[in-house]
Structure formats: C-alpha cells, structure tokens
Design a protein. Structure first.
Length: 113
C-alpha cells in the first residue's frame, strides 16, 4: 500500500477549521460565509482578519484556490472572492485526521490510568 505524501508543514488547528468550512460550504465559500460557519461550529467569535490571514496562508500552500463571482448590487457593485479546496488541501486534511487518530490511539484505557 502506497503511503500518502506527508505535508512539509502540518496544518494548524485553525487552518484545519477553515479548510473544513470551505469544504462544507462548497460553491458558497467566501469570507463572510466562512467566518459565519466557523463561529457557528466553533462557538466563539472569529475576526475577519483571522479568516483572511489564514486563507492567504492556505493559498500560499496551494491548499485552496480562488475565483471571483459576479458583482452584486448588495455589495455596491463589488464581486465576492470564492474559495475552493484543492486536492492538496484534501490530502492535508486527511493526513491531519490520521495523525490525530494515531495520537488519540496512544491514550491509555481508563482502567490503565
């Protein structure tokens, strides 16, 4: 069985959360929707700065890509920037999941503590 390529830099917790929000939102993954999704599931206040800084880092790592939507009157004629998870992003999430499971598997059973 071939081993998956290990990412050069592991994903941080918030990077994983942002990638999962992009994945969950699909075609409607843009800044406001991503922040709202994170706040809903993490049950804490999230700043736009934290979201966009993380999205920029994920773009640099080529784990997400962007495309621009059509301008909308609600945004004063400005277009939304949408994010899409890339195959590398999916691989990184899977690697992070497996690593987390392996770490949790090392936890002793309650009777062994």
């Amino acid at each position: 069985m071939a081993r998956a390529r290990i990412p050069s830099r592991p994903l941080g917790e918030f990077e994983r959360a942002v990638l999962l929000a992009v994945l969950r939102l699909g075609d409607i993954a843009y800044g406001v929707a991503i922040r709202d999704e994170l706040q809903k599931h993490l049950r804490r206040s999230i700043s736009f700065g934290a979201v966009y800084t993380t999205l920029d880092r994920l773009l640099e790592k080529r784990l997400v890509s962007t495309h621009t939507g059509d301008p909308t009157p609600e945004r004063g004629g400005r277009a939304k920037k949408f994010f899409t998870i890339e195959p590398r992003g999916l691989e990184s999430l899977e690697h992070a999941r497996r690593a987390s499971e392996a770490i949790w598997a090392m936890t002793p059973e309650p009777s062994q503590r």
